[in-house]
Design a protein around this ligand. Structure first.
Ligand code: ZN
Ligand code: ZN
Length: 365
């Protein structure tokens, strides 16, 4: 089958034929219907985050189960599934407390680049190729552990389902689960890319009265208005914190989301809060990045700064719930899908993403 392989950081992905072994115990083989072009893969491509190579990238995907391994009872051939890059065991303390994003299972998949039995299903000419976050969906097919697949209704278009696997759970989840944005509140979203637009949608869904989107690109800010942003600030032309204060009658916002992975932007998000407000860091910064905030503001103004990973979501409950909101038009995910590319054009798709041309594009293998 065809797959996009990363052999060396800072080099293009190679789309080539690789071998995929059948699913083992507790695994399923999924024919990929769509794979999202997410900025996070780029962190691994350029070496910001560590990865064992070669590996098949792609962590936001959806498809149809084609084959089930021994012992699989919860999924069957023909099931449509969303793939999860934070597969969770369902039994550990974090899972039991409703915080599966913190489960160690996903850490094991990530750190080894292999499936849960410690081996890989991917190879080329007998040489091992690693999995990526237990997903590796930049390929025609993927073998994944059942913990990393959520069954969804057949009528959901697979490109929309793919977006659930990262952008939607992460961005909408940050707003409605991590921050639990309250009706009538004021919200700032710093970064109007794929994740930021999902934070905007989440804030709107939660009933925020004012949603300010900030970015350096006028085109992205224009797009954010289609998703329900009420105001925009181009932080290239003006001081972001001062602009937010002005838009909120001098107060600052109740909630601020940082969706870039830039420590300076996180600091600005924190400074833009009103007293008692909550800033949520969603973007992924390169490994070892330091972050500084004013310690006085934290205490005297009782501000909160928290991280949000995978939107603090419980995917088996939240994927169906968010898909229902898509069905009824309350999560306008069709607008998020800017372009579709064949797998062969994966490098072109990343160039377009980095140039800021697209909100979210998908590869159709
Ligand atoms: Zn992602
Ligand atoms: Zn667990």
């Amino acid at each position: 089958m065809k797959a996009a392989v990363l052999y060396k950081t800072k080099q293009p992905l190679q789309v080539e034929d690789v071998d995929l072994a059948p699913p083992g115990e507790g695994e399923v083989l999924v024919k990929i219907g769509a794979a999202g072009v997410c900025h996070s893969d780029y962190h691994f491509m350029n070496g910001d985050l560590p990865i064992t190579l070669p590996a098949v990238l792609g962590h936001e995907g959806a498809g149809v189960v084609e084959e089930v391994g021994p012992g699989v009872k919860t999924l069957r051939k023909g099931d449509h599934v969303v793939l999860l890059f934070r597969a969770a065991c369902g039994r550990c303390e974090h899972c039991a407390k409703g915080r599966p994003a913190l489960c160690a299972l996903a850490g094991q998949l990530r750190n080894t680049g292999r499936l849960l039995d410690g081996t890989s299903r991917l190879s080329r000419n007998g040489e091992e190729i690693r999995h990526f976050l237990g997903v590796s969906c930049f390929a025609e097919r993927a073998v994944v552990p059942i913990e990393g697949a959520v069954k969804i209704p057949d009528d959901i278009p697979l490109p929309i389902a793919a977006l659930m696997g990262c952008a939607v759970l992460t961005g909408v989840g940050a707003a409605v689960i991590t921050a639990a944005v309250q009706p009538g509140s004021t919200v700032l979203v710093v970064g109007a890319g794929g994740i930021g637009l999902n934070c905007v949608m989440g804030a709107v869904l939660a009933g925020a009265n004012q949603v300010i989107a900030a970015d350096l690109s006028d085109a992205k800010l224009e797009t954010s208005l289609d998703f329900g942003a009420t105001h925009t600030v181009n932080a290239k032309d003006q001081d972001l914190v001062a602009a937010v204060r002005e838009l909120t009658g001098g107060e600052g916002v109740d909630y601020a989301f940082e969706a870039i992975g830039n420590p300076r932007a996180t600091r600005q998000a924190f400074e833009s809060l009103r007293r008692g407000g909550t800033a949520v860091s969603v973007g992924i910064a390169p490994l070892g990045t330091d972050l500084s905030i004013d310690a006085g503001e934290l205490v005297y103004q009782e501000k909160t700064l928290k991280g949000s990973y995978y939107g603090s979501s419980r995917p088996h409950a939240d994927v169906p719930r968010f898909l229902n909101l898509y069905r009824t038009g309350r999560l306008p995910l069709d607008k998020l899908l800017s372009r579709r590319y064949p797998l062969e054009k994966v490098n072109e798709a990343y160039d377009a993403l980095l140039a800021g041309e697209v909100a979210r594009s998908v590869l159709i293998p």
